[in-house]
Design a protein around this ligand. Structure first.
Ligand SMILES: [Zn+2]
Length: 354
């Protein structure tokens, strides 16, 4: 069946110790779920597709903005000018890199209600996120479906990554029982983010993911790795079965609170955007053309590619600018102009209606 050149593009990978044509076939038959396609997601998707992972599902709720381009390596200036959804831009880029890859890009908010559906058939979960709540959801998802989840985070000059292997090693809640309180953990909005820190973190996470999928995973691949590119410090911690917490709420007691919907919020501060996303409870459907018409008195709104965008003439931010509103057909909205959830909720209630 194999043509002589089927794996030709992967020659330099196949000749690596441990890799082989067989390992390459395992990668080709693998399906990676990438949740979030900002900086970490872009770096991870690029590595996965070039390594020959045959199927990718990419989910991201946001659109490309000019300030993303410093580190989000799949996107172009044109994507930012047109405000293309990141999942769409990433999928298009993947097809350009390797047309034989099966890729789906979903413009959606990854949440408890749709997590199991998106994880269908996935062999591994890759963390491309910028918020902790969704990481705890991925942890629950991985445990429920027995899928390895590669935790990955980067902010400032620092990064941290480790694989969560259900029933084998500790889960996220064994190591960090609760997510940090809002406003406590540094965000890329407040602390900035160094592009190379993203690349290093994604390099470790996808390195372990590829070695797992290729069947050449070894003990050291499950280490927790943390680093700081401002000082050059790199630290590894062994994460064997002894690192599991005896009383872990998730992997020992089986309480998957983030997946079962007991713990999900409606307002999310969007990293680096001076914006808040509002997600109405339950599923809903909005007639975007009708809404744009209703909002005519408040500004010029355009409907394109399943979203309505525009600026509210009657709303001024604390710096005197106009609030911008993007509304998606499922009722989700991004309110830009303030990082305060209360401002966003007010605008949502006033102009869209909860
Ligand atoms: Zn646990």
């Amino acid at each position: 069946m194999d043509t002589p050149n089927q794996f030709g593009r992967f020659h330099r990978q196949i000749i690596l110790p441990g890799f082989s044509i067989e390992a390459q076939k395992r990668l080709a038959n693998s399906h990676a779920l990438v949740v979030g396609c900002g900086a970490l997601g872009c770096a991870s998707v690029d590595l996965l597709v070039r390594a020959g992972v045959g199927r990718l599902t990419i989910i991201d709720r946001d659109v490309v903005e000019p300030t993303n381009l410093q580190r989000q390596s799949l996107f172009t200036d044109d994507d930012a000018k047109r405000g293309v959804p990141k999942a769409e831009a990433a999928a298009k880029r993947v097809r350009a890199i390797d047309p034989s890859i099966s890729v789906r890009g979903w413009v959606d908010d990854f949440r408890a209600e749709n997590a199991l559906q998106y994880a269908e058939g996935a062999d591994i979960i890759i963390d491309g996120l910028d918020n902790f709540e969704t990481r705890y959801l991925l942890n629950d998802l991985g445990l429920r479906r027995a899928i390895p989840y590669m935790y990955c985070g980067a902010v400032g000059f620092e990064g941290m990554t480790f694989p969560i292997l259900p029933s084998v090693g500790p889960c996220l809640r064994c190591l960090f029982p609760e997510p940090p309180n809002p406003g406590v953990a540094p965000t890329c909005d407040r602390a900035g983010v160094f592009g190379p820190a993203v690349a290093v973190a994604a390099g470790f996470a996808v390195g372990s993911a590829l070695r797992y999928l290729a069947g050449i995973f070894e003990d050291h691949d499950s280490d927790l790795v943390s680093f700081d590119l401002a000082t050059g410090r790199l630290h590894r911690t062994k994460l064997g079965s002894s690192a599991r917490a005896n009383d872990c709420a998730a992997c020992i007691q089986g309480r998957l609170d983030f997946l079962d919907g007991a713990r999900s919020s409606q307002a999310t501060i969007l990293c680096g955007r001076n914006a808040v996303q509002i997600l109405p409870a339950g599923s809903t459907s909005i007639d975007l053309d009708g809404l744009a018409l209703r909002l005519m008195a408040h500004g010029a709104f355009t409907v394109e590619s399943g979203r309505m965008r525009g600026a509210l003439r009657s709303e001024r931010t604390s710096t005197g600018e106009l609030y911008e509103l993007t509304v998606f057909a499922d009722g989700r909205a991004i309110v830009r102009g303030s990082p305060e959830p209360s401002d966003a909720r007010r605008i949502y209630t006033q102009y869209i209606g909860l």
